[in-house]
Design a protein around this ligand. Sequence first.
Ligand SMILES: [Zn+2]
Length: 258
Amino acid sequence: MGYAYLFKKESELSYNMASKDSVPYLYIPDLRYAGIEHFFATRKAAGHHSIPFSLREKFVMVKQVHGDNILVMDKPLEDVSVFIKDVTQKPCDAIITNQENIGIGVVTADCLPVLLYDPTRSVIAAIHAGWRGTLQQILPKVVCQMVSVFRCKVEDIIAGMGPSIGPCCYTVGKAVTEPLKSVNPEWEKYLTPSEDGKAKLDLTSLNIRQIEDAGILGKNIFSVRLCTACNEGLFFSYRRDGVGTGRMISGILMTGDE
Ligand SMILES: [Zn+2]
């Protein structure tokens, strides 16, 4: 295991590893509820084979474009395979659903994957948050949709933040620092300036702050806090490996089982 960027004792780690059919994955123990399954895949399995759900063919992903469009699935799907084929081309960076037995997920390799669950209204969401999506407030926008479309209460929503590039490795330039400084008076909590005019960004902490501002309770937010760039044996990293690197799927599913 490589570098976890908030050092914790083993007993306090907010993630764990498991495997299904010899495919390892990470999960957050505090996000394990009866009736839902979730995972953050590692680099040790590729594509759909990394999805540890029984019904891999009922797994919805979208065309991620670093934007803030949200796919809302609030009705039963008539033909799942046709829907999935269509939606794969839809430019979106987040998915919300209240439908059971349809997995939803995002792919990342440094960007932050976030999974949300409201156990009261039975609603799940999967979000891809890179710096562009974060500056567009994608997470608060998803929370807002969960409230307006599914009548979720923000205080019921539980959040799991997956592995992403940590503040140890995430050097960003003016395209990130200037807009962040202009909208966030507390930017020094998330940006550590370096001499060359660049800065190191703590993407996970910034997203946690955004959902806390949106009303999600701190006690309901759990984070893996593993850096994808530092942990080469476990994760793909775009910053470390370049354009040709792989992507890791993170996903969530409501089974309806008690
Ligand atoms: Zn790192």
